[in-house]
Design a protein around this ligand. Structure first.
Ligand SMILES: O=C(O)CCC(=O)C(=O)O
Length: 313
């Protein structure tokens, strides 16, 4: 499949903080600096949307690569199909680094650079990522971290905490149903007030990033006539189709988690190790030694979370 040109479109000028797209993964570290990435705002609010990291043509190509990848994964019994009240979602049973068709996104200097800037140092990647297509109507406020109840405390609530998750939504989520809802500042240890939720306005090519402690909910439904109003996820689910803004097109997302090595990441990995689902993903995420080299050259510190992870099939 031919790769689309990575130059920005005339309608969407590339922000000055993002360098022009490199043609290959650089064999050096650190990757380009991203001074325009709002690190302090991210730390204050628990999320950020980095605008126009990718050109729309690149995301279009990514959609095609994702479809091809999911077809191949199905043939290799590496695809999960899950049905819910609102449809079916298909997602990889292995991580993104092990999916050759879309691996380049994780190794992309723009991703590694932005994440490195937000974390403050070279990102560690530990085999937690997924390629997902379709929607099932599963919604609910939740956190992704270990100590999900703030009032109960725990290691996660000792700052600085440096684990985050990002989503590349491959369709418009600024005006359509299917994006992310979240509660800003809900990741802050001292912040006890329940903040007003919002719908994240992510356009094609943007990168959505949130602290694992930030309360959020996926597949957010926008209300027809009041598309900026954030309803409680249960209310979103109760909304009849006639009152919903539709999806732009079939929902496709790449989710990837990164962090900094340290006690919080150890805590998180110990937690993931207790989950059958994560152990299975690590066991089915297989790749050749050269991928380790590519990841290292791209500026990622890949953690082998299990004995099988990242070994050849
Ligand atoms: O589906 C989404 O948009 C959010 C998914 C989510 O909640 C997660 O990856 O933790």
């Amino acid at each position: 499949m031919s790769k689309a040109p990575a130059t920005p479109t005339a309608e969407a000028p590339r922000p000055s903080h993002l360098p022009s797209t490199p043609t290959a993964v650089p064999h050096h570290y650190p990757p380009p600096s991203y001074p325009g990435v709002e690190r302090e705002r991210f730390r204050q609010r628990g999320y950020t949307v980095v605008k126009r990291v990718f050109a729309p043509e690149e995301i279009e190509a990514l959609r095609e690569e994702s479809i091809a990848a999911l077809e191949r994964l199905e043939q290799q019994d590496l695809l999960v199909s899950e049905s819910g009240a609102e449809g079916t979602a298909r997602y990889s049973r292995c991580d993104v680094l092990s999916i050759s068709e879309v691996r380049h996104m994780m190794l992309d200097p723009r991703i590694v650079g932005v994440i490195g800037e937000l974390l403050g140092a070279r990102p560690a990647y530990f085999g937690e990522s997924v390629l997902r297509m379709g929607a099932i109507g599963a919604r609910g406020w939740h956190r992704d971290c270990v100590n999900r109840r703030k009032f109960r405390g725990g290691l996660d609530w000792h700052d600085p905490y440096r684990i985050l998750r990002c989503g590349i939504y491959m369709q418009d989520q600024a005006h359509h149903t299917g994006g992310l809802a979240l509660r800003p500042r809900s990741h802050r240890p001292g912040f006890q007030i329940r903040s007003l939720p919002l719908l994240v306005d992510a356009e094609v090519g943007d990168l959505v990033v949130w602290d694992l402690r930030t309360v959020h909910s996926g597949e957010a439904v926008r209300l027809r006539g009041l598309p900026g109003l954030t309803l409680h996820p249960r209310m979103q689910t109760l909304l009849p189709q006639a009152l919903r803004v539709g999806e732009a097109r079939e929902r496709m997302v790449l989710f990837m988690s990164f962090g900094l090595r340290g006690p919080h990441l150890d805590h998180y990995l110990n937690y993931l190790m207790t989950r059958k689902q994560n152990r299975e993903i690590w066991a089915t995420s297989r790749f050749e030694a050269e991928v380790w080299e590519q990841a290292s050259a791209a500026g990622l510190d890949v953690v082998a979370a299990s004995a099988e992870y990242g070994t050849p099939r």
